[in-house]
Design a protein around this ligand. Sequence first.
Ligand code: 9D3
Length: 250
Amino acid sequence: MPKLRFDVVTIFPEMVSNAAHYGVTGRALEREIVALGTWNPRDYTLDKHKTIDDRPYGGGPGMVMKYQPLHDAVSDAKQLNTGINKVIYLSPQGKPITQEMLIQVCDVQQLILIAGRYEGIDERFVELDCTDEWSIGDYVISGGELAALIVIDGVTRLLPDVLGDANSAVQDSHRDGLLDYPHFTRPERLADRQVPAVLVGGHHAEIERWRLKQALGRTWQRRPDLLGKKKLSADQECLLNEFIRETNQF
Ligand code: 9D3
């Protein structure tokens, strides 16, 4: 029995199921740690033209997805589950997804993800049928399918046994709230650029310190917003000050 099932309501089901079968999510599906279903609102239309959208009340450009096909698709998806579920609408108006939000939902039995197309969906579906409304960030894409795949990927890799030890989600949380340090592999020199000597030296404690310093420094340079949220230890403050001095950026 899968730990968690994802059910995606989408008019482009192959877009979601095909992409989900790659990499970490593909392996989790094969090993039946997660299950994935897709539900096409077009299959729930009642008219001969299989109409899923209609013109917006109040006028304006574009079309709006109708309530009934979406509602009936979600109703069928819910029948495959008895445990706790959430119904998440992916939309530009949603709450921007954070790692904390993914951690909070990964203990339910079913995540029903609603991928919209066109200008949006009837607001009464959001109010009556959805528990959450999530965005992937402040930029515009054409529909919710890629956003649903992001949720599937981000949640799946948090589940026990999905990642191997070497690549574990525990590693991700090790330098929690900081950007990663730079990585290098062979050759040792490339286009006149040398791998930092400390990484070649094999002194593991020094390597750890260098990596933490780089992680702090890059976060300070690129994502000062993240440092603002994080309380640094005295040791971390010291390493960051060393980084700033060495790169003399003030
Ligand atoms: C005219 C105003 N636009 C809203 C910002 C129209 C519009 C743009 C894009 C309506 C729907 C969409 C489709 N986008 C998504 O379905 C979507 C999305 C996004 O565009 N940005 C960030 N997160 C998400 S989650 C789903």
